[in-house]
Design a protein around this ligand. Structure first.
Ligand code: TA6
Length: 295
């Protein structure tokens, strides 16, 4: 904890013992507050002053070194999904990342920089900028002598009012793999609506996605660079009941819109090459562009 405390900034960045006794970094910018655990470099909270939290956190989440935190923004690396008996979604979200720097930016945002401790021939850094929006940047550099192929994803859980009234727009016309149907389809709807478990990996898309929430009276915008895949997931009832670290009815108040490079969009870096994935999450008062058009 002491090694972390050197990065505190009075009134802006404080470091203390959080859930499960894990260190937690609490941040206050001019516009928002945030919470990050070095365990997984996991952003567990982001909230603009006067607004509802943008990120969902399960009330049943565990906070132990051996398990991932349920909610917020799991950092998925170097593989997505299951991988032959190894931990699902890679080991980065279970690692204790090093906090290497904190700073106050000129316009009142706060930037934190993390690095994944590893002996492997790559360097992974994760920068989180907390301001009027949440900006996350995951950089991977191949420091080895051979090509390196990996998957990565910022598996973001969004706080919403009611999944049954939510719309996710921006992916119309995009090809996707439906994990439940085990089928490759194309998105025909102007916005995704939810009435059952939904688990879709949209491929070859750089699209900005709008999460339109009439219940919380806001739209959240997910824009990204360096990403060709967007995953949309809601566990619905049965899967929620199967997840011990997730409340049976929490599916109503969350949706995952995840930005990265997975499956056929996996990344291969030549020696010395670097990739950068950035995601910006912002929110605006509710407008219903989809509903008005459909009206
Ligand atoms: O992002 C979709 C997904 O792959 C789902 O299939 C579901 O398994 C979810 O991730 C959560 O994965 P986790 O390993 O965090 O339980």
């Amino acid at each position: 904890m002491n090694a972390l405390k050197i990065h505190e900034i009075p009134g802006r960045v404080t470091i203390s013992s959080g859930n499960g006794g894990l260190p937690v970094i609490r941040v206050r910018s001019d516009f928002s507050t945030a919470e990050i655990y070095p365990h997984g470099a996991h952003v567990t909270g982001f909230q603009k002053h006067g607004e509802a939290p943008l990120l969902f956190m399960s009330a049943a989440s565990e906070f132990r070194a051996e398990t991932p935190i349920r909610g917020g923004v799991p950092v998925i690396f170097p593989w997505f999904g299951s991988r032959g008996g190894m931990v699902a979604h890679g080991f980065a979200r279970l690692a204790e990342w090093d906090l290497v720097a904190t700073s106050v930016l000129p316009l009142g945002s706060i930037k934190l920089s993390f690095q994944l401790p590893t002996e492997e021939p790559y360097r992974v850094t994760f920068d989180v900028t907390i301001g009027s929006s949440l900006i996350m940047a995951l950089a991977v550099c191949n420091t080895g002598a051979a090509p390196f192929t990996f998957e990565t994803c910022l598996h973001t859980y969004f706080q919403i009012g009611d999944i049954r009234q939510l719309r996710v727009a921006g992916l119309q016309g995009t090809r996707y793999h439906d994990q439940l149907l085990a089928a490759d389809l194309t998105e025909t709807a102007d916005a995704i609506r939810f009435s059952a478990e939904t688990d879709r990996t949209y491929q070859d898309t750089a699209a900005t996605v709008a999460i339109i929430d009439p219940v919380l009276d806001r739209s959240m915008i997910v824009s990204k660079t360096g990403s060709k895949s967007t995953v949309v997931w809601n566990p619905w009832i049965a899967k929620s009941q199967r997840m011990p670290d997730f409340g049976d009815d929490e599916y109503l108040r969350m949706v995952c819109v995840e930005s990265g490079n997975v499956s056929e969009n996996a990344v291969t870096l030549a020696p010395g090459e670097e990739s950068l994935l950035t995601v910006e999450v912002s929110s605006f008062p509710f407008t219903d562009p989809i509903g008005s058009r459909a009206g």
